[in-house]
Design a protein. Structure first.
Lengths: 335, 463
């Protein structure tokens, strides 16, 4: 059993931050050219959230998650979601076993009981199965046969979905997609990055990432993140920004009122601020800056603001609108 | 106390910010004053007036509000630690370190301690000269310089006549067309006195315009060229107004209440008729003095304040009214000229304005006759003729008539305005019953014809 050090131990703070930086370096060595994605996944991990990773097949999503588990010393588990996958296949089930010559029932945990769970192509499973996963994400427990079973700590779900093959998929409803802390979009790499990837992955030796921290370190960092203070003007800027995405507020931007179906929820604002705290810590600072917010705006809010039909028809991009609004509120915060 | 080191570390920056702010304030206020002075000088340059006084007034006019705005603005934006810290962060790129540390002076565990330590270490590196370098308020100084240039231009720019004077002076013809300022002032005083006596706003306005005209007449520049035109307009206004006065006076003297009412209705006189009973001034003289300068075709400067033009010669003392009983220019006395063809009637006096009654009158010879002295026999008309100057459209002839003999028996102290007849008040036609009550009563008691006459609907029964 791991003895968790007291987080108030001053010498450990710098050590923890160093481990975090080491983890980022180790990930960057394996996952080439995806620094932003690596940083966003680390922020998700340190902030204690779950991430929805979206990207075309073959961009290294599975490699990224597996490497993250290796670097952070977390128990990795993978579930390939298919339409016929049942909740019991994910959560586990109570089975009849014979022990000491007696028949008895015992709960056999499913693949969900890992510390870092890769839910591959989550949108291919039925809503019922998706719900079983989302309950575990939100409540950190799984109820089987009327008995709750706690998830291991830390517990993170990194779900992927393919944005192209939408036939035969079950789109996650907005209420469930809101439970993902980050939505990470994996972009197609540039030519130079592709060259580096080919060089690194087609040779005899492949790069492996060393373990940089343990699960206890992750838990300790998650506690530290919540201690990072926020200046009042930064907090007010987040509040104004989140409210500025609501289409029903008359004083909001005309484009928001015209094109947005629903704006960012308070949970989105919490995610933005928490992600900014984690980003500040990852950057070696102890105060949330506007730049931390800027780096977290898109992954934290892009799946929480939905455009209406007119917005989509007019070619409005949620990411662009979010960034444009953010720059306006950020400028007023520092004025 | 963990806050104090941060405050102490911010002190040099706060001092620099105060100095910058004071400099900016002073420059801003000076710019406002300079702008006001420039505007005042420009107004004086274009409109006429004392340019230094106008510049001073303009400066004072903007200085007060500028100081007030600055004071209120500074009161609303105090220079506290957070403001200074935010300034330092924005200039040095410290990313909310100082403001967060100032807002979280205690607690926060290891992160809080690290935060304050980080802020202090950054403050130790604070270089005031780099973070807040001394800079002059360039925008305000540029504005001040621009205003100073305008002020210098407006204060020293020679007025157009000065340039002409330097090049050779005002043309003698133009100078001759300009009436002397003293004469204009005398006339303005006289008109103002009459305006005060009769409470006539039109006369007051004319007096003020005459004074302004007199002020401009003192200027030695080319802008006096339009004085003659302005004076002509004023003279016309004066003639119209004096005609109204004249009509009123005549109506009062003839004890004709209806005529007096008509004259009062025509002009905006004081309803109490203050001063009407007193002796009226010589409107003719007043008008003639103004009219003498108005001759755009043949400008003739007067010989002095209220004087007679040199080209006009008084031939005889005033006419005896009795000898003019048959003259055409008198009311109801139109007929052939009484002077054996020597005289020619130009116009009847009762068809002209107050000033015209003097000017139009009895001529002594044909209009196309020679411009020499009139062939006028004293015994023929016993009138006084003032031979004017020949013009294209004829000869101008002035006639002075003495008042009728009965007027001399007029005693102003005995004169009284007849009693005002009060009209009966119009009957009150409004109904004291409020409209809602009417409507309610009509709905209840009196069904409308449409309702009562509509087929198929039973008539409303009485309650």
């Amino acid at each position: 059993m791991t003895t968790e050090p007291a987080i108030t131990d001053p010498p450990r703070l710098e050590d923890d931050l160093q481990r975090l930086r080491d983890a980022r370096s180790a990930l960057a060595r394996v996952v080439v050219g995806q620094e932003d994605v690596v940083e966003q996944l680390l922020v998700t991990l340190v902030a204690g959230g779950h991430a929805l990773i979206e990207g075309a097949p073959g961009l290294g999503k599975t490699l990224l998650v597996r490497t993250l588990a290796d670097v952070c010393g977390l128990a990795f588990s993978r579930i390939q979601f298919t339409p016929d996958l049942m909740p019991a296949d994910v959560t586990g089930a109570v089975t009849l076993v014979h022990e000491s010559g007696r028949a008895t029932t015992r709960f056999v945990p499913g693949p969900l009981f890992g510390q870092l769970v890769l839910a591959d192509e989550i949108n291919r499973a039925t809503p019922k199965t998706q719900s079983s996963l989302l309950e575990a994400m939100q409540e950190q427990t799984v109820t089987v046969a009327g008995r709750p079973h706690a998830m291991p700590r830390p517990f993170h779900v990194l779900a992927t979905q393919n944005p192209f093959e939408m036939e035969g998929t079950y789109q996650l409803p907005e209420a469930q997609i809101d439970r993902f802390f980050f939505k990470v979009v994996v972009q197609y790499p540039s030519e130079a990055v592709l060259d580096a990837i080919f060089d690194q992955t087609t040779g005899a030796a492949t790069a492996r990432a060393p373990q940089a921290m343990t699960a206890a370190d992750v838990l300790r960092l998650q506690s530290l993140v919540r201690d990072v203070p926020v200046a009042s003007h930064v907090r007010r800027a987040v509040a104004r920004y989140v409210r500025g995405t609501l289409p029903d507020v008359q004083e909001n931007d005309a484009r928001v009122r015209r094109y947005v179906r629903f704006g960012v929820s308070p949970r989105g604002g919490q995610a933005l601020l928490l992600a900014a705290k984690a980003h500040a810590l990852l950057d070696g600072r102890f105060a949330v800056a506007i730049e931390d917010l800027r780096s977290a705006v898109l992954p934290a809010l892009r799946h929480r603001m939905q455009l209406n039909f007119e917005g989509m028809a007019d070619g409005v991009v949620a990411d662009g609108l979010l960034l444009e609004l953010f720059e306006r509120y950020a400028a007023s915060a520092r004025a | 106390v963990p806050v104090l080191p941060l405050s102490r570390g911010l002190a040099p920056l706060r001092r620099r910010m105060l100095a910058l702010r004071r400099t900016s304030d002073a420059a801003w206020v000076i710019a406002a004053g300079a702008t006001g002075a420039a505007i005042g000088a420009l107004v004086a340059l274009t409109q006429g007036g004392d340019r230094p006084a106008a510049a001073l007034a303009g400066a004072l006019l903007l200085l007060g509000p500028a100081l007030l705005v600055r004071t209120v603005h500074r009161g609303l934006t105090p220079l506290d630690d957070l403001t200074v810290a935010r300034w330092a962060e924005s200039r040095a790129g410290w990313q909310e370190r100082l403001t967060t540390a100032l807002e979280h002076p205690t607690g926060g565990g290891p992160i809080g301690e690290a935060l304050r330590s980080d802020a202090r270490s950054h403050l130790e590196l604070l270089d005031v000269e780099r973070t807040a370098p001394w800079r002059w308020p360039v925008a305000s100084l540029t504005w001040i310089a621009g205003a100073a240039v305008v002020l210098a231009f407006a204060g020293t720019w020679p007025l157009p006549d000065r340039r002409e004077g330097a090049a050779g002076g005002v043309a003698p013809e133009a100078a001759a067309a300009i009436p002397p300022a003293a004469a204009l002032r005398d006339l303005a005083d006289e008109v103002a006195a009459e305006a005060a006596r009769t409470d006539d706003p039109e006369l007051s306005a004319i007096a003020a315009a005459l004074r302004a005209l007199a002020d401009r007449a003192t200027l030695d520049d080319a802008r006096r060229d339009d004085l003659a035109t302005l004076l002509a307009e004023l003279t016309q206004r004066l003639g119209t107004d004096l005609a109204a006065h004249d009509a009123l006076q005549r109506a009062l003297r003839s004890d004709d209440a209806s005529a007096a009412d008509a004259a009062l209705a025509e002009r905006d006189f004081d309803p109490n008729l203050r001063g009407v009973g007193a002796a009226a001034p010589d409107y003719d003289d007043m008008f003639r003095r103004a009219e003498l300068w108005v001759d755009d075709e043949d400008p003739e400067p007067p010989s002095g304040p209220g004087g007679t033009p040199s080209s006009t010669e008084i031939v005889r003392p005033p006419l005896d009214p009795e000898s003019l009983q048959g003259a055409d220019f008198l009311p109801a006395a139109e007929g052939p000229a009484p002077s054996g063809g020597l005289a020619e009637i130009i116009g009847a006096a009762d068809q002209s304005q107050a000033g015209d009654s003097v000017l139009a009158g009895h001529g002594s010879q044909a209009l196309d006759g020679p411009a020499s002295a009139p062939e006028f026999a004293e015994s023929d008309t016993e009138a006084v003729l003032l031979v004017g100057i020949e013009r294209d459209r004829g000869r101008r002839i002035d006639v002075e008539l003495p008042p009728p003999a009965e007027w001399e028996a007029y005693d102003p102290t005995r004169f009284g305005v007849g009693e005002w007849r009060s009209r009966p008040e119009s009957p009150v036609s409004s109904d004291p019953t409020p409209l809602p009550h009417h409507l309610a009563a009509s709905r209840y008691f009196l069904p409308t014809q449409a309702t009562a006459a509509s087929p198929g609907r039973p008539p409303r029964s009485a309650p």
